[in-house]
Ligand binder design. Sequence first.
Ligand SMILES: [Zn+2]
Length: 82
Amino acid sequence: METLNWMGAGSDYREQIVKICSCGIVYSLEDFRDLKYVGNQPFGYDDIESLELRNCTCESTISIALDKDGRYVELNEDGDRI
Ligand SMILES: [Zn+2]
């Protein structure tokens, strides 16, 4: 039973990956929100209201897409909503 619970937690964690920086660091939403806040950039395309910009520890600025309620929106590599 404990093993099953552990596997469940593992798959949840993978679903929460929101960004992989070019330096190779993988961020969950929680990790991303711990980074230094840079700003919000209005987007206004599809259901995406804005981009939240933060600085990775490598000094690159990385962003995630948010809807009008400020919730994370998952995008594919082309920047389109999945
Ligand atoms: Zn980085």
